[in-house]
Write a protein that binds this ligand. Structure first.
Ligand code: PEP
Length: 256
């Protein structure tokens, strides 16, 4: 399958930014700029912004996602949100395993897998993040590490469920640092992920799955990154908070 047959997806990750009032302003800014996009557009927002984001994007080409969910359906997990709660609000997407969750909140490959399982069971689509630290890159273990993260994340995920999985390759050293992976580095690791999918599910699934790059993607470098054969989209942090910058990346993906 050619790259052009895969879904190009640009997803914003707002992180812990924007009150509901500010979210309203940001969504209103983004909507008209991306209305003719020839790629999928997703805004992943803080929990408290979900109602306003869902309401404002209703009937538009912009989809909404959450930034995490818990693996249990309900119970004594103060401060957590279940996948069923997101599904009940008709939130279609959720990010799982972002490196900030792994670094600051004790997320492991095993808990990432449990959260993915819960999200898929609730009917959500998942953007799962994998990626190496600078130390791991310098040790020369990027490929093995990212492949292993991918395998553990997808443990128990069926071929059919892979239609609701997006993989985001996000090198930790490039997130929020202004340092972007070169397009060759990004493509090399996205291709390792695609080969891992091939070993797990065969060619049809590996060629059909959207693999994003994330890490300081911005208007200036998006076109080159998105032109790579194994880079099908982007997970965007900082630039997703600025309508013009986000729209420029969406534009680059639409042309890519
Ligand atoms: C991210 O948060 O997933 C990310 C890629 O952030 P940034 O674009 O700011 O590097």
């Amino acid at each position: 399958m050619k790259k052009s047959c895969r879904r190009a997806i640009i997803a914003g990750n707002w992180k812990m930014n924007k009150t509901p009032k500010e979210a309203e302003e940001l969504i209103r800014g983004i909507l008209p700029l991306v209305k003719d996009a020839d790629c999928e557009v997703i805004c992943c927002v803080p929990y408290v912004d979900l109602p306003v984001a869902l309401q404002l994007t209703n009937g538009s080409n912009v989809k909404v996602g959450s930034e995490n969910c818990h693996w249990e359906k309900s119970g004594a997990y103060t401060g957590e949100i279940s996948a069923d709660m997101l599904a009940s609000m008709e939130v279609p997407y959720v990010i799982i395993g972002h490196s900030e969750r792994r670094t600051y909140f004790g997320e492991t490959d095993v808990t990432v897998n449990k959260r993915i399982r819960a999200a898929l069971d609730a009917g959500l689509s998942v953007i799962v993040c994998v990626g190496e630290s600078l130390e791991q890159r310098e040790q020369g273990i990027t490929s093995e590490l990212v492949s292993m993260q991918t395998k553990i994340a997808l443990n128990g995920v069926s071929e059919e469920e892979m239609k609701r999985m997006i993989i985001a390759y996000e090198p930790l050293w490039a997130i929020g640092t202004g340092k972007t992976a070169t397009s060759e580095q990004a493509n090399e690791v996205c291709s390792v992920i695609r080969n891992t999918l091939k070993s797990l599910y065969g060619e049809k699934v590996s060629e059909g799955t959207t693999i994003q790059y994330g890490g300081s993607m911005k208007a200036k470098n998006a076109a080159e990154l998105l032109a790579q054969p194994d880079v099908d989209g982007g997970l965007i942090g900082g630039a997703s908070l600025k309508p013009d910058d986000f729209a420029a990346i969406v534009d680059a993906a639409s042309k890519g």
